[in-house]
Design a protein around this ligand. Sequence first.
Ligand code: FMN
Ligand code: SF4
Length: 652
Amino acid sequence: MSKQFPYLSSPIKIGNIQLRNRVVFSAHLTNFAERNLPGERHAYYYGERAKGGAGLIITEELSVHPSDHAYEKLVDAFSAEALPGYRMITGMVHQYGARIFAQLNHNGNQGTGLYNQLAVWGASPVADPLFCEVPKEIDQVEIDELIRFYAKSALLAQEGGFDGVEFQGSHSSLLRQFLSPYTNRRRDGYGGSAEGRIRLLREVGQAVREAVGPDFCLGIRLSGEEFVDQGLTLNDVVDIARSIEGMDLFNYLNTSVGIATHALYLVEGPMCLPPAYAVYMSSAIKQAVKLPVITVGRIKDPHQGEQVLRQGHADLVGMVRAQISDAYFARKSFNGQEELIRGCLSCNQDCIGRVGLNQTIGCVQNPAVGKEKIWGQGMVKPAPRTKQVYVIGGGPAGMQAALAAAQRGHRVSLFEKDHELGGQVRFASRLPYRSEFGDHIRNLLNELKTVPVQVYLGHEIRSEEVAEKSPDAVIVATGSLPQALPVPGCDQKNVLTVLQLLTQDVPLGEKVLIVDQLGFYQATGVAEMLADQGKKVEILSSSLYVGQGLGRTLDLDLWYQRARKKQIVLTPNVSFLGVDGDTVKGIHNYSGQQLLWEHIDHVVLAVPHRANDAFYFSLKGKVRELYRIGDCVAPRRLDAAVSEGFKTGSAL
Ligand SMILES: Cc1cc2nc3c(=O)[nH]c(=O)nc-3n(C[C@H](O)[C@H](O)[C@H](O)COP(=O)(O)O)c2cc1C
Ligand code: SF4
């Protein structure tokens, strides 16, 4: 047990299963499935977190019935073909001392008939607000089949070596749709009253318990509150939790928040929500039942987890993104290496952001996600020969490259012309509600302290000097600079870029127009910052709506709510034509109408950058090995900088 985190590190028994600690890697889809089956990639992914010290792992949702094909890579839990994959996963996880449950689910109306060309199933014909497909109200024959398929899927999970199963009865599930008066309008024995609405869950629970026997662990995940009219309130869910305990079928209760297809930002809270924002829900449930309760929701460092347990709000802590970002979160927490945890930023860019785009899960900070077999801990071997490596540029790409090269045993010198490391991430984290983005630099700085990298700050090394010193390898990570826009007036004194605004002390006038050609935080963050300073702010965007990229990171809803309060004017579908004095010209993308904005004090350009690659080209042919990484290749986001830094540094 860890002295610093005695609650989080203490063992606990769930049913007959002993867990070594209370850190849970709760369910989250990975899109690793091939032919809708689990496989080796899952095994290495979960295995790495088991090796990293997690107490309990719960798989991504596995679908119990062919009528549920909510997205392309959903795993079929009802198929015996899943067994080889299951055995690989459970074998790998058990080998490292963790326990693993399979999450079973049917998404009900929170899905689509696009894949299986069937009507989606629902408690009642109530369309989901995201998918907008009116479901078929399932009849008794289908209910009986669903119950049989739950039992069959649970039995297969047991055969596959899992220690238990968890029903998703939370943010995206048919079981919750039956529990909730918002989606269950039935008049038969499965609706009409709280007792009727819980009947399906009871019958599924009974069938599964009968199939798997008394010793297999059985849990259910509930949304603490639905946050919709006529939906389940926390009081309702506390009553449901009591009824579930009374069934004497389940061994634990897991929790989540809201309805995924209504307000996903409540399920995977972005950094503008407070840490541990959902703990009050598990707390209320825990006060009402004796079953162990798992909490969740932006709990990303061991102190937060410890506090939640010490204060009695839950028995176990779900920390999902914290362990995506650093698979060794638990082990580092309990071994006194807490400062070496690559703490999650709650940026949602590559975990939920990629999965939402039907890509495999990733992490902006952890290039090994989904590639544990080749890049997991211990997979990158020490270099056969020590090289002298120069890294030019100390942004995230350069820092990560220096770290990876030094970890392979090379002698590394890192040159940065500024007096601080961190590159443009430092400026991005100055925007409102974006400060945690800067934690990435703190994480890298802590890790750099563990390797003998020579860091030269305020040192703008010349390419001739590098060529003269003749290191074995040079990695250029000199980043990017704003592009000059080919439109009139951009060289006027009252026009500046986001980077200039954030790095120079430029006093702005009262009326500011932001021209957004990126659709990300550059414009929305600056707009908020200026509105907070009392400016009148308008954003012009050529996109269909302002802040398009914020949908991917689940920041869109909350940013729009704040923008409205701060009276930021949003003008989409307009292309910027130029500036003439204090007048800005634009054109509506579809109608072709010419538009003018007059009496504008300052124009701020959120426009694409260009690679700052002059240094790289000046060294070409002059050193033995020359590489360039990150924005210096092409301006992109943090994930590209970090993964190219890692790949290049660890391949030397
Ligand atoms: C990419 C991603 C996919 C998820 N998929 C599931 C899922 O299949 N089943 C589920 O119950 N929760 C799912 N969740 C929700 C997580 O279990 C968890 O509640 C959420 O990430 C908040 O916890 P955190 O702040 O510790 O990350 C998913 C979360 C993420 C980030
Ligand atoms: S992409 Fe961002 S939110 Fe997701 S796990 Fe990585 S750091 Fe955390």
